[in-house]
Write a protein that binds this ligand. Structure first.
Ligand code: NAD
Length: 435
């Protein structure tokens, strides 16, 4: 099939590359001309494990192309994916200007029947808005389908190639057949393609992300209470996660969720609820709790240094909002670094993939080539992302490099007993501190 992908970011590039991998002819369109020329020259603009191999192969075999021209991109396309940003607007709702802007532009250039697929995360009713925006400017037949994306950055290729489920919102039999054929190679093991109406598909994505954000947040509140009552949240996690109704995943306590999806999607769903006159109390609590959780280690750090962070050097391990990505959108590390800087601390950081992106936001801090280099002469270490390489470091080397043997761990990477044995002062989430 001939496919056009409009918007070649994390979702668009993975979608385009993976559909090329299953034999389709894909053209990815983006307005960012610098990004497009990099991709035309074979350079991948994001870090996503496993993507580069597929990207190279499909370019090489002529199935994956890039352009800045919408008209050229959609020529002869049977399916057009919209993988455009939907950032939060000022009132918290998802800003549809990118989606509706492209929809307006599509009308006059459509030539044949085409299925237009919303892959972006969009509020209930958007498929209808897209349909109207296109219809105004064309007499060509088309269908608009909602097909929210559930891939996780860091494992996006696997998630895309073997989705646990594909959700498709459409009432058009014709569009349904096109989408079924497209996804058939990805669901051969029998994972379901779940068809429903457009509004339900749009709502499904927000319900999924908000539920996951709630699971994380609930566990973080249990952790906060654990600290007060003297219980260990890791034991509680194991104790409840083995209950199949609860499940083991998304129960790790920490400094809250971030990233380009959960914060904005929870907020957007809350805004939808408000718009429809429904007081969605759970969502409001999730946002409030997560907001505080992100920087909860800062007052503990301040207490440790008797309120005096001025002139202290704080080493930071981990900047990305989670491991295996260079994505720093809404990463908890950023807000923490902002607070450290405003308290007068010097900050030395290390992250395996995300430093280039952070340099644009904080040019004044020190970026190190290794995790250990960040510790040299630092007064304390803070950990914000659970990259595997931080899990079993050389503690003796750390002891030699750090001025004070103290760790503030936002991701609970180390066992308390190990920290006692190694003689570290250790502060984590939902567990006793070690002195
Ligand atoms: P992104 O910012 O990485 O990519 C968006 C791309 O669209 C950018 O390259 C931008 O230059 C391009 N663009 C903007 N306006 C354009 C236009 N008029 N024409 C062509 N290109 C244009 O965003 P993303 O992370 O890929 O997210 C896209 C959507 O998918 C969002 O709605 C997001 O909520 C959703 N989503 C994201 C993820 C994720 O993990 N990143 C997962 C599921 C769903």
């Amino acid at each position: 099939m001939k496919i056009a992908i409009i918007g070649t970011g994390y979702v668009g590039l993975v979608t385009g590359t993976c559909f090329a991998e299953t034999g389709n002819e894909v053209i990815c369109v983006d307005i960012d001309s610098a990004k497009v020329s990099r991709m035309q020259n074979g350079e991948i603009p994001i870090y996503e494990p496993g993507l580069k191999v597929l990207f190279d192969r499909n370019i090489e075999e002529g199935r994956l192309k890039f352009t800045t021209s919408l008209k050229e991109g959609i020529k002869d396309a049977e399916i057009i994916f919209l993988a455009l940003p939907t950032p939060p607007g000022e009132d918290g709702s998802a800003d549809l200007k990118y989606i509706l802007g492209v929809a307006q532009d599509l009308g006059p250039i459509l030539e044949n029947y085409v299925v237009i697929v919303d892959k972006s995360t969009v509020p209930v009713g958007t498929a209808e808005k897209v349909r109207l925006a296109i219809q105004k400017n064309t007499t060509v037949q088309f269908d608009v389908v909602s097909n929210p994306e559930f891939l996780r950055e860091g494992v996006a290729v696997d998630d895309f190639m073997k989705p646990e489920r594909v959700v498709v919102g459409t009432t058009s039999e014709r569009a349904k057949r096109v989408i079924e054929n497209l996804y058939a190679p990805l669901v051969r093991q029998g994972n379901p393609v779940i068809f429903m109406d457009e509004r339900s598909a749009e709502m499904t994505k927000y319900a999924a992300n908000s539920f996951l954000a709630m699971k994380i947040t609930f566990m973080n509140e249990i952790a906060n209470l654990c600290e007060k009552v003297g219980a260990n949240v890791d034991d509680i996690r194991k104790g409840i996660g083995t209950d199949s109704r609860i499940g083991k995943r998304f129960l790790f306590a920490g400094i809250g969720y971030g990233g380009s999806c959960f914060p904005k999607d929870v907020q957007a769903l809350a805004k939808t609820a408000d718009d429809y006159g429904y007081d969605f109390k759970t969502l409001k609590s999730i946002m409030a709790v997560n907001g505080v959780q992100k920087t909860k280690l800062i007052p503990i750090l301040e207490d440790y240094f008797n309120g005096e962070l001025e002139g202290k050097t704080i080493a930071v391990w981990g900047l990305a909002f989670k491991p295996y990505t260079d994505d720093i959108r809404d990463a908890p590390a950023l807000e923490n670094i902002r607070k450290l800087i405003s308290a007068g601390a010097n900050v030395t950081v290390y992250d395996p993939e995300a430093m280039e992106n952070v340099k644009r936001i904080f040019p004044q801090i020190t970026y190190c080539h290794t995790a250990y280099a960040a510790l040299d002469e630092a007064d304390a270490l803070m950990i914000f992302t659970e990259w595997p390489q931080f899990r079993t470091p050389d503690f003796e080397k750390m002891s030699r490099l750090l001025k004070e043997k103290v760790i503030f761990d936002g991701r609970n990477l180390y066992e308390l007993n190990l920290m006692r044995e190694q003689g570290f002062n250790y502060f984590s989430i939902g567990r006793d501190s070690v002195h």
